[in-house]
Design a protein around this ligand. Sequence first.
Ligand code: FES
Length: 574
Amino acid sequence: MSPPRNSIRRSQAWFGRQDRDGFVHRSWLKNQGYPHDQLDGRPVIGICNTWSELTPCNGHFRELAEFVKRGVLEAGGFPLEFPVMSLGETQLRPTAMLFRNLVSMDVEESIRGNPIDGVVLLMGCDKTTPALLMGAASCDLPTIGLSGGPMLNGKFRGQDVGSGTGVWKMSEMVRAGEMRMEEFTACESDMHRSKGHCMTMGTASTMASMVEALGLSLPDNAALPAADTRRNRLAQLTGRRIVELVQQDIHMSHILTRNAFENAIVTNAAIGGSTNAVIHLLALAGRMGVDLALDDWDRLGSQVHCLLNLQPSGRYLMEDFCYAGGLAAVSREILGLLHGDALTVNGKTVHHNVSQAPCYNRDVIKSLDMPFIASAGIAVLRGNLAPDGAVIKPSAASAHLLQHRGRAVVFSSIEDFHARIDSPDLDIDEHCVMVLQNCGPRGYPGMAEVGNMPLPPKVLQKGITDMVRISDARMSGTAYGTVVLHTSPEASAGGPLALVRNGDMIALDVAQRRIHLEVSDEELASRRAQWCAPEVPARGYAKLYVDHVQQAHLGADLDFLVGGSGAAVPRDSH
Ligand code: FES
């Protein structure tokens, strides 16, 4: 493909004018000390920054942006950094996912409304990556993604401890009486000891890998730790490259083709990536006008072997992944399954970028003929409980539970769950199926990461660490277990999940891709007649979201944001 070249910069519609409005656009900008020649038609590069002290994973982004600027200036561009709303997974209530689409609107309109020729997206904590990708995609300017990088390995009493995964494990040990609360809290300072995002193969690391697999970042984006100075060099090189990308007129739509998404799905399976990638990539494809469906995840990814021995599915952490060779080493192993001719933002193909990539540690990155887990990609389940689909991550599940039949124990909300799960009177054992309702996109609202419900103490005390759990929620990419997620339609939209009652039998058969509620159609119709839709928010963004959010199997974007509007804004501001 040979992208078209244009000679007149978009930014010159602001800065190139010899009239009153040209004066306004240039003169106010000069109050920051820029000389006139910065506005002479050189590429103006927007650096979209999700820095916030309330988003600890992105807390180093002010510094990272300076390295991008250095590269932009070296290549003859003019960098202008701008903030957008940030989403801190660990602080934001009720859930950062509620605001992913809001941030995407912020990003889209910030890019479109301003004199920008190309964009660098600074992304890290979970939802900041899809939000920025989605917003930028709807504008379709030349764009490069730059992730902030994972934290160094957590170290606690001589052992590696992984973000999230270690918390869920130790918390269950406390509830089982195997660990004291003082020991648990002592780990707080040791788990997260450097800048960066979660260092397990959670959602942030998964999405950083997806950015690289899609071809939207320079090589090495996925695994370089935030604290490694090579991350700063990557930022500088990104700054240089975005200027060239503008000069070559290579837009996001040249990179984010159907083949690029297929590469990302295969890669997600090979790295044991988060189920959250399913929702985010479906939404991103919707913005690009790429016809991607939930079933593509099963068709393209489920038979792909997981090669990465990383938590939560395995043992190691992102720092080890980097030293073992990073994503390129995985991509080389699965190159035969990828579209090697897909273009990436460095102007080279996937094949060119990865075909000679070395692997330095075969215990971290396994080979395709001796994989870590065979056929471990995300599986899409269907049945009368999930007519539009549900997902499960087999690599993070217990093999003996992938085919299971059990009695439902139903929680109508996350508050109901918290109120009853620790009660000795709760009628539950390890053979039961835990069902959580009303935690989907509309129900929570925002589809929180609560699908990996902690087990009841009476089960944990028997030494049992996994049970089948089903919900319309998501789960943290750092979590694990036999957890069926994203059930669609969700309970709050009247999906069959809303009709499950205590004592119903549920059959899960992952090999057959089946999730079935053993209740007659007549009985379900009777229950449906009695069902009342829950109350929804009355005002503000939450109301806009609930009124317009699509179901999980479509990516949970707002219906009016699907697609794009390009970058043209012909009307002046004065
Ligand atoms: Fe930010 Fe995990 S909390 S990446």
